[in-house]
Design a protein around this ligand. Structure first.
Ligand code: SF4
Ligand code: SF4
Length: 405
């Protein structure tokens, strides 16, 4: 595990534990801290121990300078943006490290920057094939194990807390948000498609997901999986992806342009229309017990007969929150902007059908634990770091054109 991975992991888990502690869940926090400490000691991996020490000092300072970041009353928008930006910066550093590693291998140099395994999260098809191998054959891939771990973790977030991964963690979603804001500075008007066009456009991402699922489920019979996972094509999948982004062809550049234009044209345009990950999480989100729920006994519209649509106006997914009771939409990213905007505190909750509520702090803790504790467990059990040595990767990247499926 690289230093950036170790640092992000320690930061996420220690911040989640601090939030737990200051929210009054002291036993939970102490138990989690003990487990984390035991895990760290079990590894005796100095970058992780150093990263944890630095994070502990940093969080101690942050608690003194900005105590509201640790308060259970912290606003949903503040904590979401804090987490989203921190994870995006971390992913950017990971991408730079990943790219440098790939370039050094391509140039025939032994890389002095190690490969961050979390980069395998960008291999969702390989992750899907690996999960299929685990489920159908009990076969655990050792080439890109992090791909399976990250795909499983992201799917779990969808099952438990809707598309919170999109709204709180995805770096592409955040980049799209900035592109949209930039476009709004120059062109104020929103040109939204009519509802009859919006729906088929939203289905595009499900078609892309279907195509990917077809490759994983029908295109790769279980018996063929072990030879694929042991083959050179799989070994080089991450480097092929890196080179795809470093040296894009004309078609790739055109695809990028379309994606950027989409994100700038409409808020969450990429997530809404194209992203197959968003489609997967959208489907899983229907099973999530937690949903945004409007309580009419508190809402100004029903309880006071007043006009109010602040929740709807705050919603980046254009969901008519003020006209619904339970938000089941597959576009809801659990961003909690609607809750943040609502003038009547108890009107909107992120809760289960029987009334159990999850606050913004609770959602932050859940997401950080899911996204980082499971990879840490995988790492401790030897299912995170790729077992393909650098010299093989270097040989393969030099002979890329000769490698087929
Ligand atoms: S309904 Fe609320 S939580 Fe869902 S996307 Fe809209 S603002 Fe965010
Ligand atoms: S912002 Fe709050 S009070 Fe206003 S319509 Fe939405 S839920 Fe009701």
């Amino acid at each position: 595990m690289s230093f950036i991975e170790s640092f992000t992991l320690a930061l996420a888990l220690l911040y989640a534990i601090s939030l737990m502690f200051y929210s009054g869940k002291r036993w939970g926090a102490l138990t989690s801290l003990s487990l984390l400490g035991a895990g760290m000691i079990a590894t005796l991996y100095w970058p992780m121990l150093l990263a944890t020490a630095l994070v502990a000092i940093g969080l101690g300072l942050a608690k003194r300078l900005a105590p509201n970041l640790f308060s259970p009353e912290i606003k949903a928008n503040t904590i979401r943006e804090l987490i989203h930006h921190t994870l995006a910066v971390s992913m950017l550093l990971v991408a730079v490290q990943f790219t440098c590693n790939a370039i050094m291998l391509k140039m025939g140099q032994t890389p002095w920057l190690m490969r961050p395994d979390v980069g395998d999260a960008f291999l969702p098809i390989d992750g899907g094939i690996e999960l299929k191998a685990i489920i159908t054959l009990g076969y655990w891939d050792q080439t890109h194990p992090a791909a399976a771990v990250m795909l499983a973790v992201v799917m779990l977030t969808g099952l438990l807390c809707k598309r919170a991964f999109c709204g709180w963690a995805c770096p592409l979603g955040l980049a799209g948000e900035y592109l949209y804001k930039l476009r709004k500075r120059f062109i104020k008007r929103d040109l939204l498609p009519p509802a009859w066009l919006d729906w088929p456009l939203r289905m595009l991402k499900y078609l892309l997901l279907l195509a990917l699922l077809y490759i994983i489920i029908a295109g790769m019979p279980s018996q063929a999986i072990p030879s694929y996972l042991n083959g050179n094509y799989h070994k080089i999948a991450d480097l092929k992806m890196a080179l795809f982004f470093i040296t894009p062809g004309l078609i790739t550049l055109l695809c990028f342009a379309v994606i950027l234009a989409l994100a700038a044209w409409r808020r969450q345009g990429f997530c809404r229309y194209i992203c197959p990950y968003g489609a997967l999480l959208g489907i899983l989100s229907f099973l999530s017990p937690l949903k945004i729920r409007r309580h009419t006994e508190h809402c100004l519209i029903d309880s006071k007969g007043m006009k109010c649509d602040k929740c709807t106006r705050a919603c980046p997914a254009n969901i008519k929150v003020h006209q619904q009771i339970n938000i089941r939409s597959d576009e809801c990213q659990a961003c909690m902007r609607c809750i943040n905007a609502c003038p009547k505190k108890a009107s909107l909750t992120f809760s289960t059908r029987n009334g159990w509520q999850m606050s913004a702090t609770g959602l932050a803790i859940t997401l950080l634990i899911l996204l980082f504790a499971i990879p840490l467990l995988a790492y401790l059990n030897g299912f995170w770091v790729s077992q393909t040595p650098d010299d093989i990767r270097m040989y393969l990247i030099q002979h890329l054109n000769a490698i087929g499926h």
